[in-house]
Design a protein. Structure first.
Length: 100
């Protein structure tokens, strides 16, 4: 899936994260994680980000994550929202599979 524009989702409030997603044509996936708990959870955060990108078949993106203690489900939801905004697609949030 092609990202058409930059997009953001989330907040920098406690227990949340701010995801910024930008198109990165032909350059693959670049992920920047800023988190006070990066040494403990950075790999898990990156894995969640990569899983969501894979689920949406996004091959080229710059992702910035500013984590304020978000749990995995919050990171996943923020990523899904940012991808939909960046790709300008709608998503049936009631479904568990990604038939976008």
């Amino acid at each position: 899936m092609e990202l058409k524009k930059p997009a953001m989702a989330g907040t920098t409030e406690s227990s949340d994260c701010m995801i910024t997603l930008r198109p990165n044509p032909g350059c693959g996936i670049e992920i920047d994680i800023q988190s006070d708990v990066k040494s403990m959870f950075g790999e898990a955060i990156e894995e969640t980000v990569r899983e969501v990108l894979k689920e949406f078949d996004v091959a080229d993106a710059c992702v910035s994550v500013v984590d304020k203690g978000a749990l995995d489900f919050a990171i996943r939801a923020r990523m899904q929202c940012a991808v939909c905004r960046a790709a300008e697609i709608s998503y049936d949030w009631g479904k568990e599979d990604l038939n976008v």
